[in-house]
Design a protein around this ligand. Structure first.
Ligand code: DGT
Ligand code: CA
Ligand code: CA
Ligand code: ZN
Length: 582
């Protein structure tokens, strides 16, 4: 059976949540939570290790009990403790936990005091005012629940996050590339364009016709496939198992000769394709998924570059193919040279075990060195973030000394900056005084709570943070979580104007749950002259791998190296930070 660490982690998290709903033992809850976190961050793939308790218990941070449960899951697809816990609550409760603002405590309260046992009963109670008067559920909280429910219903929850889809697609590509006759394999569609959520995965394979049937047959029999939706020689469609995310995956097998034309067609977007076809017709040619032709004779088909060139265009990177003016730019040779992962040379937002990260200052710095970065800023949470173990003023003072000590050890290998991810409070004040912020090398200011406030208040709040004389970066400016909560909706134009004036950077948080700023906002920010920061907000070992999602988002926004502060040289970055602090 193929399962991901994330799926196993989710089960441990659910055990913690159910136990918490049932008011169970505090230490067991913490222990399940800790296991979930460790599993989620593991570099090793548990399924590849297999149900070997000894091996599993040998992994750092995984105890005997956890190892037993993981082995049980890998062997049987279930964990008995998990099933026992599920049996003690109504089957509709776990779904409630998926709604924004619904922690185990709220779910328990709704269940015990109001008999809410599913999303449907919650809906009908909210509609009939059946929750008023319940202790612990003020009118404000009820209003928030209503909003969260509307958002959950309206957002296309079937669309999957970029990171999940990309991992799944890469798994399929690895399998496909092993098959006899496969000359090339890629993903196309919205995934190749780097969109933040993906409807279905579109895979393309180049192979001679004689291999096509065998490839299709092998594809629909792959491990993760649960349902075959359609199968033909060159065109198949499957759904993967719910434990692997339940996504639909389409496969086309094509002659190598027409691979470029197919890649172009199936990468989309539809709107981009329409423009290309119009352009072809204007030039007396025809473009379809097999070739660009003139008088039924092929002009170009093998690579996308050939086709773009034959149409008189520069190669257009997939992330720009949204009919947002990219064809005009490509005609004039004016496409931006988009930022790449390799261009990122600094991480300016990350957490250590001083707040809610899992690594020490030194471990975090070493990861940045391994990446070849010249600078890393340690930015742990500020005091209001009590759930994230935010630092009190006293602890921050100690932390500053600790980071400076490690910085001394690593001198010459990396510039280790001491910073803070300081909370932007609901009224726009920051969580530490300016005199304390002044002691730091860099300040990232981010909103974490009061994310339902009305747009005018949110605008004022964020403007105030931008105006603070020690802030260099606004972290995840809206606080949205994809498919979960919409976050703040401030007047972005005002923010961009203020940020450009002050030279403050706005973050594209690369975590694929966030991607905040989103692509469209980042594009508008660049146009307004705002600098962007692409940071992973790393909390653990594997988080730097999220960089790609932030970079894809920046590329969709048309960002070049010059737009991104993390691409600056060490000296230029130092100067820029200094210029924001006055
Ligand atoms: P998704 O899956 O909703 O995230 O978005 P896409 O863009 O991956 O859309 P999908 O999977 O329906 O189709 C993949 C690509 O195939 C699409 O981006 C463009 C191309 N395509 C599909 N249907 C049509 C069509 O009717 N006309 C044109 N011109 N292109 C199409
Ligand atoms: Ca698709
Ligand atoms: Ca599709
Ligand atoms: Zn944050």
């Amino acid at each position: 059976m193929s399962v991901t660490n994330q799926q196993i982690a989710a089960i441990f998290q659910q055990m913690a949540d159910i136990l918490s709903i049932l008011d169970g033992d505090h230490f067991r809850i913490l222990s399940f939570q800790k296991s979930a976190r460790i599993i989620e961050e593991l570099v090793d793939d548990l399924a590849s290790i297999g149900p070997d308790e000894k091996m599993l218990a040998g992994i750092q941070g995984i105890g005997k009990g956890t190892a037993q449960r993981i082995a049980e899951f890998l062997r049987t697809g279930q964990i008995k403790d998990h099933q026992d816990l599920l049996a003690q609550i109504p089957p509709g409760l776990p779904a409630l936990l998926g709604i924004s603002g619904m922690g185990p405590k709220t779910v328990a309260l709704l269940w015990r005091e109001a008999g809410v046992d599913s999303i449907d009963t919650l809906k009908s109670k909210l509609e009939s005012d059946g929750l008023t008067g319940i202790k612990g559920l003020g009118p404000k909280k009820i209003e928030n629940l209503k909003q969260s429910l509307t958002f959950a219903a309206s957002s296309e929850t079937k669309r999957r996050r970029l990171g999940d889809a990309l991992m799944l697609a890469n798994w399929f590509l690895t399998e496909l590339r092993k098959m006899p006759g496969v000359k090339d394999a890629n993903y196309a569609g919205s995934l190749r364009r780097g969109k933040e959520t993906i409807g279905d995965i579109d895979l393309l394979v180049a192979a001679d016709d004689k291999h096509a049937q065998a490839i299709s047959d092998a594809f629909v029999k792959l491990d993760l496939v649960e349902t075959i939706l359609a199968q033909g020689k060159t065109k198949s469609s499957v759904r993967v198992a719910p434990t692997a995310g339940g996504m639909q995956v389409d496969l086309r097998v094509l002659e190598p000769e027409s691979y470029g034309a197919a890649l172009l067609y199936f990468t989309g977007s539809k709107e981009h394709n329409v423009r290309l076809r119009e352009l072809a017709i204007k030039q007396g040619m025809k473009l379809n998924e097999y070739a660009l032709t003139r008088d039924d004779k092929p002009v170009a088909s093998k690579t996308e570059t050939d086709i773009y060139r034959a149409l008189g265009l520069d190669y257009i990177p997939p992330e720009l193919r949204e009919d947002h003016g990219e064809i005009a730019l490509a005609t004039e040779g004016k496409l931006p040279e988009l930022v790449r992962v390799e261009d990122i040379a600094a991480e300016l937002h990350c957490h250590t075990d001083a707040s809610d990260g899992s690594l020490t200052i030194l471990e975090m710095a070493m990861l940045a060195i391994e990446r070849g970065f010249h600078t890393i800023a340690i930015t742990d949470h500020s005091k209001s973030q009590t759930v994230a173990n935010g630092l009190s003023e006293e602890r921050l003072e100690q932390h500053i000394l600790a980071v400076r000590e490690v910085a001394k050890q690593l001198k010459g290998r990396i510039n280790l900056l001491v910073g803070s991810e300081v909370d932007i409070l609901a009224d726009g004040k920051l969580d530490y005084s300016n005199s304390l912020l002044k002691e730091l090398d860099i300040v990232v200011a981010s909103p974490h709570h009061a994310l339902n406030q009305d747009p005018a208040k949110a605008t004022k709040r964020l403007l105030k943070a931008i105006e603070n004389p020690y802030v260099s970066i606004i972290g995840h400016p809206t606080g949205r979580i994809i498919n979960r909560r919409p976050g703040l909706s401030p007047d972005m134009k005002q923010l961009f104007h203020a940020a450009a004036q002050r030279g403050v950077a706005l973050e594209i948080n690369a975590n694929h749950y966030r991607l905040d700023l989103r692509d469209t906002h980042a594009r508008a920010a660049i146009e307004a002259g705002v600098k962007l920061a692409i940071d992973t907000d790393a909390h653990g070992v594997s988080d730097f791998d999220q960089l790609i999602y932030g970079v894809l988002t920046a590329r969709r926004a048309g960002a070049t190296k010059a737009d991104v502060v993390n691409c600056m040289s060490a000296d230029a970055l130092k100067k820029w930070i200094a210029s924001t602090r006055k």
